[in-house]
Design a protein around this ligand. Sequence first.
Ligand code: ATP
Ligand code: MG
Length: 565
Amino acid sequence: MAKDDSAAGTATAGEAPVRDFIRDIVADDLAARRHDAVVTRFPPEPNGYLHIGHAKSICLNFGIAEEFGGRCNLRFDDTNPAKEEQEYIDAIIRDVHWLGFDWGKHLHYASDYFETLYEWAEGLIRAGKAYVDDQSPEEMRVNRGTLTEPGKNSPFRNRSADENLDLFRRMRAGEYPNGARVLRAKIDMASGNINLRDPVLYRILHAKHPRTGDKWCIYPSYDYAHGQSDAIEGITHSICTLEFEDHRPLYEWFLDNLPVPSHPRQYEFARLNLGYTVLSKRVLTMLVRDGHVKGWDDPRMPTLAGLRRRGVPPEAIRDFIKRIGVAKANSVVDVGMFEFSIREALKAAPRRIGVLRPLKLVIENYPDGQTEQLPAANHPDDAASGTRMLTFGRELYIERDDFMENPPKKFFRLAPGAEVRLRYAYFVTCREVIKNAAGEVVELRCTYDPATRGGDAPDGRKVKGTIHWLAAADAVQAEVRLYNPLFKSPDPPGGENFAADLNPESLEVVSDARVEPALATANDTAPVQFERLGYFCRDADATPQKPVFNRTIGLRDSWAKERTG
Ligand code: ATP
Ligand code: MG
């Protein structure tokens, strides 16, 4: 797929107003007074959780309503009780709110219109524009034809209106089992557009609906419910993804043949595809159902609930959506763009210290039993955010990765004989390396220079590396969860065979990390930066006994920076 740059640059995140072809249409319509106000909707089917692709549609629909002084409804297209659940309705409401949008009193359900849709269907029957078909699903499939061959008329196509009405009412009354009959529009079995080959309007489904309970045992098809719900709500611009382009003639057919109170127009845009990410609700459902992830809100999931739990702020998602823009050509967006927006949104987060894989460092010339408090800046670029005190003492933990026994030339961190700066503290020099019986490094014996308190040497001597540390005396043990992409390939398979592409290293649990004492007690979920390691947030699994943190995203490779000076 081509890189989508048709829209890039039109949407600079920040002050500049967003422009795209849909916003141009809306602006034209308002200027020409074709509508007094714009009315849009976000229309999820409550059969799963929302993902970052839905965020594009949400930001577009709610964004347009906001920018043009109109309104956006949240409408559930809840026409398939076999797959829909109250849990999904609740999650969708929560997630759209979290993303920062509000529909006021305009929370609607297609199921609110079931009675009207039913009456309109009877109207189509009376007008000779719909009929009850007794063909089996298999016969219907065969007789629909293909892209190159026309379909065949059903033998039931010419039933009288009275017979159709009687059968349809008996369908509603529950006289027939699932799949026995359907109501179809009588349009054209030879149409070049398969959607117009007598589409199904109603099917029999004996299933309890999350909202209407057992009231109905026939349910409207998505196509029959969707456009009419738009019309009932006075939607002016019905915005959907490109795969509905071929459905537009049907959308229009219904509006032209039913006594609808308004005539919305449908516009299609390219859905969001993201590298290394699957945005198929079907696959996401299987990931959850088959236990490949811990749930819909697993931080590896591209769902809004997963991103929230991972620590991605809603601003980051809105900023990303703004930057990618809206176009009519399908494309795959580089995950790097999303990561850029996440780092931008997190850059003001307070700095804290965490040590993922602790290595003990003992300062031989620091008095045993003594400690001192050293101030550490909460944010290097924001003096107003103040400082906090860190305990310093004879025994510290440093990051295992910050020591190398046989370092390459440009490794500026700790090594035998080398001197580094301990951030906010002193210079230390490594004097001795202690190993266990297996030959693993278990402790470093160092000396410190008391004159370098605060991090500078009075004699002007420089060190190239600065590393982070925590005092063994008060560092708190914590679990830290590091994440990698859930899939191995940039374009993961969207179908049944997705499992083969799952990345076995998508979750790495570091169970023996250490964090600042302040992080152990704070129970808020606000993001923090662990210096040099990335942005983190407290996970919902944390307890007062055991803090748990998720890495939201890493910083840019800090060693690369050190190497280039
Ligand atoms: P399905 O219809 O298979 O259940 P869906 O992802 O289309 O899955 P809906 O609940 O119908 O789910 O989606 C609600 C709205 O979000 C629709 O208007 C749809 O076009 C839009 N949407 C879904 N996926 C994306 C995406 N990747 N990018 C942009 N918009 C999307
Ligand atoms: Mg859909």
